[in-house]
Design a protein around this ligand. Structure first.
Ligand SMILES: NC(=O)c1ccc[n+]([C@@H]2O[C@H](COP(=O)([O-])OP(=O)(O)OC[C@H]3O[C@@H](n4cnc5c(N)ncnc54)[C@H](OP(=O)(O)O)[C@@H]3O)[C@@H](O)[C@H]2O)c1
Length: 330
């Protein structure tokens, strides 16, 4: 399978590192708006900003789009990628994980996929796995679920300072509150998608999702890889999204992003609690890796995605993703 990576940030650089270990997969080109840091992987590979031109020339089997979070921002890249008629387009845009039945983007992407014979697959660790698919898999053992709660603590020290600021780090309490109000502090994106995936797949869709975002104030000085957070400023954000049915909480997802979780006494773990006649409690310690895990889902998702019918596929629509470790694809 010949793949082109569309966007060459953290995710697709990691995807590239994993792709070279799979004998059946060959990265033949990169689409990026600017040159990244030189590396042994990119040597000899042209970096092009002209996506349509590169795809036309290389005619890949797979295009991996890891560029933007919002559907409105990722749509232009998805249109170009689908028009090149690869077998598969995989995309990490958070909002793509769940599109409402009446969302015009769903109709457009479904039509595009069918027109060009492409499987467009939304994937990623979160949304796409940790707080939706993973609790859903665990719920297969449940009898009569009363409620679901999933919690993740995510170490975001590896993100650039500008991204950390958007997540909610290194603000005063006042600038944090102002940022939440004006949308410049967003924390994690993907709560509604995860909650709606769970509700829809369990046959009890939520009527409403309520999100709260609170600051985590540093009680000491934190040294991060490329910066410092002084006491009294924010070292993280603690978010809680509740999906309600008839006004009653049904699915609750909590996520804390933190600059140094283990130092702060909040280990980076993932947890699922299913309130049931026979309660289910799953704890993953340390929690699933965000960027590395997403790269794995992208590469490991290719073998099943290439068998999928043309159309738009969300998390859980295709058989479970597992690495294909053979030399050639079955
Ligand atoms: N669902 C999930 O679990 C999950 C997990 C990880 C990441 N994500 C999302 O996936 C996206 C990529 O993640 P990331 O960590 O790799 O982000 P990143 O480090 O910011 O990289 C994104 C890259 O895409 C490039 N880009 C944006 N628009 C482009 C375009 N039209 N043509 C070519 N390149 C373009 C950006 O270049 P410029 O900087 O020059 O614009 C940047 O280099 C983000 O939106 C992220 O939030 C989702």
């Amino acid at each position: 399978m010949r793949a082109v990576l569309y966007g060459y940030g953290r995710v697709n650089q990691s995807t590239h590192r994993l792709a070279v270990t799979r004998p059946w997969l060959h990265v033949s080109g990169l689409i990026a708006t600017r040159d990244g840091p030189p590396s042994d992987l990119t040597q000899g590979l042209a970096v092009h900003a002209d996506a349509a031109g590169l795809l036309e020339r290389l005619r890949p089997d797979v295009v991996i789009v890891a560029t933007r979070s919002r559907v409105v921002d990722a749509l232009p890249q998805l249109r170009i990628a689908a028009a090149a008629r690869p077998r598969v387009v995989l995309c990490t845009a958070e909002e793509l994980a769940w599109l409402a039945p009446d969302d015009p983007a769903r109709d457009e992407l479904t039509a595009l996929a069918r027109q060009h014979g492409v499987a467009i697959v939304a994937t990623g660790v979160n949304p796409g796995f940790v707080l939706d698919l993973w609790p859903l898999v665990a719920s297969g053992l449940a009898w009569d679920i009363r409620s679901i709660r999933a919690r993740r603590v995510s170490d975001v020290s590896g993100f650039a300072p500008v991204t950390r600021s958007r997540l909610g780090l290194d603000h005063t309490p006042e600038s944090f509150a102002a940022g939440v109000a004006d949308g410049s502090v967003v924390g994690h994106l993907g709560f509604p998608e995860s909650i709606r995936i769970l509700g829809a797949r369990l046959g009890r869709p939520v009527d409403e999702v309520r999100l709260t975002t609170e600051p985590v104030i540093a009680e000491r000085r934190y040294e991060l890889p490329d910066g410092v957070v002084e006491p009294g400023r924010t070292i993280g954000a603690d978010q809680r999204a509740v999906g309600l049915v008839d006004g009653i909480p049904w699915i609750t997802i909590e996520l804390m992003v933190h600059g140094a979780p283990s130092v702060g006494g909040v280990p980076a773990i993932d947890e699922v609690l299913i309130e049931d006649e026979h309660p289910i409690h799953v704890r993953v310690d340390p929690g699933f890796a965000g960027v590395r895990g997403t790269a794995a889902l992208l590469v490991n998702g290719i073998p099943e995605a290439r068998r999928a019918a043309p159309g738009l596929h969300g998390p859980g629509d295709l058989p479970p993703t597992a690495p294909w470790l053979g030399a050639t694809l079955a």
